[in-house]
Unconditional design. Structure first.
Ligand code: FNR
Length: 364
């Protein structure tokens, strides 16, 4: 196994992105980095954070400060979790195993993707922090249940159902770079999936509506799924407040506000922009997580101020994995935690619950 160390110039998340560009094959970097369409949403994810300002408060005693918080009844060391990210052996030979070790070392939770390149059971064995399983709906209901039962048996404590990517985005950047999954990297959890029924289209039919979307889940399917498991179900990929409310009404225990890192439909809002409206709609006792564009502890702070219980970290885990394996991911997570601590200390907020909308400054 290659021995990887932390480069001296890896000081923040953006450094890991810069360094990953040098060490990943070009098509893989472009696939990981890129978004959908013209990448307006991907850019908006960053711009929306950048335009928010933190209003610092001085001389508060923060010596009892802590980043710990409670989500779904469990104590988390930091209000962060690793987002589900597919095919991690693309970035490092150990793939999800290395990420799981890093998450455990930093006591950060991990969402294992349906499209992991290691088995969900083997990843679970390496996670000692909160572990949730992310489900991509499969057309065959029985196969969904088989995956859910495996996740339950493997000790995952929640199910995250991603609903925003029934169709992959139109990923021109990855296409231009000629991205294809490298040989040997595969969705090992789906190897016994029953073959998809072959379809013939008449000239007046569309491969989108009558093709791909005929395999996509509906509210009815997700309601059914919630009834099939004792695990709390979180719906990932919500942007509209009415959809968040609907998720709550069908019995979901939370939502992840997300535009998939700008990788699916372009021209949609950033998660941070819609967060206040969603929090207002669902009330304070419902779990609201968000992701998209988080690169600094100040970003985590801004999301908490606008009502998120915690945030998810997507691409940075692959960048750090590519640069320095498990050590890199652990280092990247420590950077984010320490940046959050610095932000909380200098904003005069000792505890996560002290961070509120009053912690942000809005110019008149
Ligand atoms: C993802 N994302 C994702 N989401 C999901 O629910 N299941 C998955 O398997 C994947 N796979 C995946 C692969 C890669 C390469 C990327 C970059 C993203 C989306 C991910 O969970 C998250 O929503 C975004 O990555 C968050 O945005 P940032 O943090 O990358 O800006």
């Amino acid at each position: 196994m290659t021995k990887l160390t932390i480069p001296n110039d890896a000081l923040c998340v953006a450094d890991y992105q810069r360094l990953a560009k040098k060490c990943l094959p070009h098509p893989i970097f472009e696939y990981v980095y890129g978004g959908g369409g013209d990448e307006f949403t991907m850019q908006r994810n960053r711009d929306a954070f950048d335009k928010l300002a933190i209003w610092p408060r001085v001389l508060n005693d923060v010596t009892h400060g802590t980043t710990s918080t409670t989500v779904l009844g469990a104590t988390w060391r930091t209000p962060m979790m690793l987002a589900p990210v597919a095919f991690q052996t693309m970035a490092h030979e150990q793939g999800e195993w290395a990420t799981a070790e890093a998450a455990s070392a930093l006591e950060v939770g991990m969402m294992t993707s349906t499209l992991s390149s290691r088995s969900l059971e083997s990843i679970s064995k390496k996670i000692t922090s909160p572990k949730w399983f992310q489900l991509y709906w499969q057309i065959d209901r029985t196969f969904n249940i088989a995956l859910v039962r495996r996740a339950e048996k493997a000790g995952y404590s929640a199910l995250v159902v991603t609903v925003d990517s029934a169709i992959h985005g139109i990923r021109n950047r990855a296409q231009r770079a000629g991205f294809v999954l490298p040989e040997g990297v595969e969705a090992v959890n789906l190897t016994d999936r029953p073959p998809l029924p072959s379809k013939a289209f008449t000239p007046d039919q569309s491969i989108v509506f009558q093709g791909m979307m005929s395999e996509a889940p509906t509210w009815e399917d997700i309601t059914w799924l919630i009834q099939q498991t004792s695990l709390p179900v979180i719906i990932k990929g919500i942007l509209h407040p009415s959809d968040a409310l609907k998720a709550k009404a069908i019995g979901a225990k939370g939502v992840v506000i997300s535009n998939h890192g700008g990788r699916t439909l372009d021209c949609v809002p950033s998660a941070i922009d819609v967060l206040p409206a969603i929090r207002e709609q669902v009330g304070n006792d419902f779990v609201v997580l968000m992701d998209g564009g988080i690169q600094r502890g100040t970003d985590v702070f801004k999301a908490l101020a606008l009502g998120a219980n915690a945030v998810l970290i997507g691409r940075p885990q692959l960048y750090a994995l590519a640069v320095a394996g498990a050590v890199g991911v652990a280092h990247m997570l420590r950077i984010l935690r320490e940046e959050l601590e610095v932000t909380m200390a200098l904003a005069g907020t000792a505890r996560v619950q002290d961070i509120t909308t009053a912690s942000l400054y809005y110019p008149h």
